[in-house]
Ligand binder design. Sequence first.
Ligand SMILES: [Zn+2]
Length: 360
Amino acid sequence: MEPKFQTWGVRKLTVVDGGHVSMPDVLKQSLYVDDDCGVPRATAIVPHLKERCPAVDVEAIQMEIPAPGNPVSPSVLDDCERLQTLVASSDVVFLLTDTWESRWFPTLLCANENKMAITAALGHDSYLVMRHGAGPGTRSGNMDDVIAQIQNLSTEDALGRQRLGCCFCNDTASLFNSISDETVALPGLTSIVSGKAVELFARMLHHPEGIHAPGDMAGMDTEHQLGLLPHQMRGSLPRCDLSTVISNSSNDCTACSNIVLSEYRREGLNFVMQAINQPTYLKDLTGISNLIKSDTCLKLPASFPVNSGKLSSARCLLLGAGTLGCDVARILMVSFMVRATFMLNYRHRLTEHLVNHGGY
Ligand SMILES: [Zn+2]
């Protein structure tokens, strides 16, 4: 039997990273090789992506992502403005950076711009993959006046639903706290998480309500082609479990609450600079985020009928070209094998097909 392939086929990638490839990166990260050591990740990743898929349209930008509490570099204002432009011109943003704080400003921008955002986070043996809810809607439409928009920001989204939370609405920072320089994620965890992040994006892209889709829970019936669209997936390798979780946006979230977005719309980058320079500014403004609970297992569908046109035209902004960034970029653009029957006489043809189509 001929192998059958299916492809996500994403062709428009922008990768942002401020780091350099180190020897541990070569061992841990799926794209880099020994010769890349010392080279900026944003430079090194491009030829490896094009080797796997010559048709990919990839732009890589070497830039630190401005973050609260980090030492302010002379270029921080330029970096903020550049990130604003990048998020505004993208269809989806993947938050894959090594630090929690560096995800704050992109999360705020996505909520403000109502952009799809996917967070992937690794612990030593556990993980989280989630999609951020839509940005706050306004109580009446077509308001051009910025002040009117600020005063009418709603806790609901544009469809009048309670907004789903972002990664700063709950306790996901605890995953980062469990990692130190001496500990690393279990082998295989990165590929699991990266694959689920891309799946979640593809399902949201194909869902008729897109970013406004309510969160599905494990075991629900669904009529959607690609299956359930959870808000959050949390897994643990030692416990062999995968849970779906829903959490609504928090009124005191430091990244997506009305009070934060109102300040951002009113003060622009002055607000962002205060948040970066004053460690307690955001907490003073909002209070502390809420915690969430977990639920039962998610059953994944066996096959994914996809709209290749939607996927190939989606503009994906990947923040981070490290362990997660390499895997997410690779999985986004390259084919994967849905079904293959290995028979001795067909083994050679199968190998040729895998090579020709970039499958694995
Ligand atoms: Zn939030």
